[in-house]
Design a protein around this ligand. Structure first.
Ligand code: PEP
Ligand code: MN
Length: 343
């Protein structure tokens, strides 16, 4: 941390700042410059003191501003963990050489719907079956999901086809129930900054798929991951799903594909892409899926449905099963072209 003093700061003000830093057991080095003093904190600042200390120092007389040298997140950062993290769930690796595809319906609607979609995931070479049982809907009158019934069907389909499962956890009180039925807990975009929920999934140790909030910066997203990691749970998979759009008429969100290489540089965590929620239109999903793998994503989360026109949720953005099958074979070629593999 660097504390930049004002041009007209007095020697007493500089001394007060150095003493205040020392009162926290830290070493503040006075760095006189041409026009003003700066004070550098040479010792490592404990993460839980960082923000408080910055605010205290910024409010002191003679201080112009406080600048951070290292990032706020530690455990999520490559600075502290250089090697890629590979999250392994029941033999499926996310973040390694292989590109992982998770697919399934937006919401579990019925046994037939889910099993038909699950068979398409399996035969297409997908590794993970998605399906919402608790749905975060904008309107309270929209289909909210089948709840426990949906969880049971998801578990049954996953087990009978040998697929890992992922479903959204909206309420920390449902954690045990959801974790009993699904392998990966999805934290939805709307809950990316639900800190009690992040802490709860962190404590649980279960693998977490953390979606980026549509208004969240990359640093905010990585700080959300830090909440989970700080509880001792290293199994975090990040998922870019589109940010608030300029043009809602044509695309539901804007898929921020540049976030993929940016996060890969900043963090060791695996990053996957959800083109379905980003585009909001099935016609764009194949193109953006291929682009995501080319951009270095470790996997995809894709919505598919046996009959999108009859879907209770997100039918417009769901791929028909034959379209999904074609996409999977095209993705294999893209994965190979960028030095990755796919089943
Ligand atoms: C979902 O994947 O089912 C979902 C609701 O996505 P998001 O949280 O990204 O809107
Ligand atoms: Mn959906």
């Amino acid at each position: 941390m660097i504390v930049a003093m004002k041009n007209d700061a007095t020697a007493a003000e500089v001394r007060d700042v150095v003493e205040r830093i020392a009162s926290y057991g830290l070493n503040g080095l006075d760095l006189p410059g041409g026009e003003r003093h700066a004070i550098g904190i040479a010792s490592a600042i404990p993460p839980d003191l960082r923000d408080t200390l910055a605010e205290i120092l910024a409010a002191m007389d003679g201080v112009d501003h406080v600048a951070h040298v290292s990032r706020k997140y530690k455990l999520a950062s490559r600075e502290f963990h250089a090697a890629d993290t590979v999250v392994s769930v029941k033999g499926v690796s996310i973040g390694g050489h292989e590109v992982m595809v998770a697919a399934g319906p937006c919401a579990v609607e019925s046994r037939d719907q889910l099993f038909e979609a699950a068979r398409a995931v399996k035969s297409g070479g997908g590794r993970v079956l998605r399906g919402g049982a608790f749905k975060p809907r904008t309107s309270p009158y929209a289909f909210q999901g089948l709840g426990l019934e949906g969880l049971k069907l998801l578990k049954e389909a996953g087990e009978s086809l040998g697929l890992v499962t992922v479903t959204e956890l909206m309420d920390q009180h449902d954690l045990e129930l959801v974790a009993e039925h699904a392998d990966i807990l999805q934290i939805g975009a709307r809950n990316m900054q639900n800190y009690p929920l992040l802490t709860a999934v962190g404590k649980s140790g279960h693998p977490v798929l953390l979606k980026r909030g549509p208004s969240a910066t990359i640093d905010e997203w990585l700080l959300a991951a830090e909440y989970v990691l700080a509880q001792g749970n290293p199994n975090v998979i990040l998922c870019e799903r589109g940010v608030h759009p300029l043009d809602r008429e044509h695309t539901r969100y804007t898929l921020d594909l540049s976030a993929v290489p940016a996060v890969k540089l900043l963090s060791h965590l695996p990053v996957i892409v959800d083109p379905s929620h980003a585009c909001g239109n099935w016609r764009y999903v194949s193109a953006m899926s291929k682009a995501a793998i080319a951009a270095g994503a470790d996997g995809l989360l894709i919505e598919i449905h046996p009959d999108p026109s009859a879907a209770l949720c997100d039918g417009v953005q769901s791929l028909r099963l034959d379209v999904f099958a074609k996409l999977m074979s095209e993705l294999r070629a893209v994965a190979r072209a960028v030095g990755r593999s796919m089943v």
